[in-house]
Every structure is written in C-alpha cells, then in structure tokens.
Design a protein around this ligand. Structure first.
Ligand code: CO
Length: 134
C-alpha cells in the first residue's frame, strides 16, 4: 500500500543554523524559508537525490511542534511521510487494522498542497507517520 518515502521532517529550534548546517556542512541544496501559518511552522525544504528533508521551526502560538521541542530541546526527527495512491482507501485499511488516525480522521491539505493524514506514533513503533496522496 505505501509507496515512496516522500520526506523526513526534523523539528529544529533555529531554522537558520539548521539550514546552514545542511547547506554548508552537508553540501545540500536548500530552499528559502517558507512560512506556513496554517500549519504553525516555517519550513525549509532540502532536496536529496532520492527524497526530501523538511526542517520545521515553530511559527506562532500553539505550533504543533512547540511541545515536541520542549521534550527534545536539541531538535529531532518529528515524522516521516510515505506516499499513497488513494488516501481514503489507505485510511480505511489502516482503521480496519486497528491503527489510529489523528485529528478528526479526515484528510487535510498538507505542506505540499496535497491531502495528508497522520497516524498515531504508538501504533507505528513510536514514529509519527504522515501519509500523502500523490
Ligand atoms: Co510532513
């Protein structure tokens, strides 16, 4: 059911220094910071040959990653995103298997303008999983 790894998201306290690390030390191609107020984050996209890394910095009050950074002050891997062809079919299959879909269970438009769902980390080896319909 799941397809390609679309991205790995890393929460960071300081987007500028994290971006510099990837650009200057690791030699990656990085985007300009992209504020996404609807998602409470500012994102930098890092293009790798086989996938993307997204650096997430909290934006505004009540950012969904603020609590994560309180628990992980050095930053850390926040979620991984797998591609699916049909997000509603994927959701039904997962629910039938006992997995919990976060929020109200309805897909919403994610950072790439495509429908996404998040799955409870306790059901997936402690990893928050995002599914994105591509
Ligand atoms: Co994501």
């Amino acid at each position: 059911m799941i397809g390609r790894l679309n991205h790995v998201a890393i929460a960071v306290q300081d987007l500028a220094s994290a971006t510099a690390l990837y650009r200057d030390t690791l030699g990656a191609t990085v985007s300009a910071p992209l504020p996404q107020p609807a998602h409470g984050v500012t994102v930098v996209f890092i293009e790798l040959p086989n996938t993307k890394i997204e650096l997430l910095e909290p934006l505004g009050a009540g950012s969904p990653i603020a609590k994560f950074l309180e628990r992980n002050p050095d930053g850390g891997m926040h979620h991984i995103c797998y591609e699916v062809d049909d997000i509603l079919a994927a959701r039904e299959r997962l629910k039938a298997g006992g997995a919990r879909v976060l929020g109200d269970g309805e897909p919403r438009v994610g950072a790439h303008g495509k429908p996404v769902l998040f799955l409870h980390p306790k059901d997936f080896n402690g990893t928050l999983i995002e599914l994105e319909q591509v």
